[in-house]
Design a protein around this ligand. Structure first.
Ligand SMILES: NC(=O)C1=CN([C@@H]2O[C@H](COP(=O)(O)OP(=O)(O)OC[C@H]3O[C@@H](n4cnc5c(N)ncnc54)[C@H](OP(=O)(O)O)[C@@H]3O)[C@@H](O)[C@H]2O)C=CC1
Ligand SMILES: Nc1nc(=O)c2c([nH]1)NC[C@@H]1CN(c3ccc(C(=O)N[C@@H](CCC(=O)O)C(=O)O)cc3)C=[N+]21
Ligand SMILES: [Mg+2]
Length: 296
């Protein structure tokens, strides 16, 4: 039976370290670090995440600015809000919750965020910084995955890593980070031939596809470390209820893997904790204060 990687506990620890640094920041800067979260529309899952982000931001001793805009908000109005937040000295981080309604161009919105406040790490400038090894903001979900991997395995140098999924927010930045850690990286996707055979090569498997319980135990090399990014709501056994499952079939995978993240309680809580980490890092840069990032 695999070790269960407790992302929820790791995230709690990270948030406690962020809170210590945030209190120190407030004492030095004379203001709280601030995170602005913008939600357009009323998607129930997004509302839950945004509420949870706001609560955790305040619990870490930072200021939370929440903007809830109606689904029919014109693109120009959203861009104007982002420009206002870019200029607001109380705001160190800006997150525009994705996906956006279809009449709004997501790339245009992301391009409007000041890269130095882009705590999601989605702006092309930060994507380029990650790809070239320059300091910047890196996307929260893959950084959370990397923290869990390094906590479990120590140095990742020389490991065979397979990332399943090539999205801009998870798969591609995850691959970049694993390259930077000197893994041998393969990126698989929907056109990959014989995916089980590709996954079976991996010492480290990160799965971000959005397909409930797709990766089975017999796809894994025995002892592999498995990071399940997926979040899929499926009907539960009982009538009418739903449950949250990952992209990995936990029951079979946990019999073969060496270590595995559960869903919920794995990567999800790390995403928000890393967002708060990125925000306190941004605040120090904005205020010209030194921060030893290794304390986070
Ligand atoms: N825990 C967290 O904090 C977060 C969780 N998530 C979850 O992670 C999952 C992935 O999210 P995201 O990256 O945004 O998803 P996207 O839909 O943007 O990308 C999915 C990727 O998976 C690939 N894919 C789809 N089907 C298959 C298949 N059958 N075999 C192999 N590859 C496949 C796609 O390939 P192709 O490019 O060829 O189409 C694509 O590259 C979702 O469940 C999402 O809810 C996402 C963000 C944060
Ligand atoms: N600009 C932007 N940045 C994001 O980082 C972003 C986004 N848009 N849009 C949506 C996705 C998804 N996402 C999650 C955050 C927390 C959990 C999380 O806390 N999950 C918990 C509980 C989930 C539950 O019970 O519903 C868990 O997995 O244990 C999951 C997913 C951030 N995203
Ligand atoms: Mg997506």
């Amino acid at each position: 039976m695999a070790d269960i990687i407790d992302g929820k506990a790791f995230a709690e620890g990270l948030r406690a370290r962020v809170a210590t640094v945030a209190a120190d920041f407030e004492a030095q800067a004379g203001r709280k670090a601030g995170l602005a979260v913008v939600l357009v529309g009323e998607d129930p899952a997004s509302q839950v995440y945004v509420r949870s982000k706001g609560k955790q931001t305040v619990a870490c001793g930072m200021a939370s600015f929440e903007y809830r805009l109606p689904v029919e908000t014109p693109e120009a109005e959203l861009l104007a809000l982002v420009e206002k937040l870019n200029c607001d000295p109380a705001v160190d981080g800006i997150l525009v919750q994705l996906p956006l309604p279809s009449h709004i161009n997501e790339q245009k919105v992301i391009a409007t965020i000041n890269p130095d406040k882009d705590v999601d790490g989605f702006h092309v400038v930060n994507v380029g910084r990650l790809a070239t090894g320059l300091p910047g903001f890196v996307p929260c979900t893959p950084l959370g995955c990397l923290m869990l991997l390094k906590d479990k395995l120590g140095s990742l140098s020389g490991f065979e890593a397979v990332v399943v999924g090539r999205s801009n927010i998870v798969g591609k930045p995850m691959a970049q980070m694993l390259i930077a850690e000197s893994c041998t990286v393969t990126v698989a996707h929907s056109r990959t031939k014989d995916l089980p055979a590709v996954v079976r090569r991996a010492d480290i498997v990160v799965v971000a596809v959005g397909r409930a319980e797709m990766v089975k135990g017999d796809w894994l090399k025995p002892g592999a470390t498995v990071i399940d990014v997926g979040m899929n709501r499926i009907p539960a056994a009982e009538d009418g209820k739903t449950k949250l499952v990952g992209d990995v079939d936990f029951a079979s995978a946990s019999e073969v893997a060496g270590a595995i993240t559960p869903v919920p309680g794995g990567v999800g809580p790390m995403t928000i904790a890393v967002l708060l980490r990125n925000t306190i890092v941004s605040a120090h840069r904005a205020a010209g204060l030194e921060l030893d990032e290794s304390v986070l």
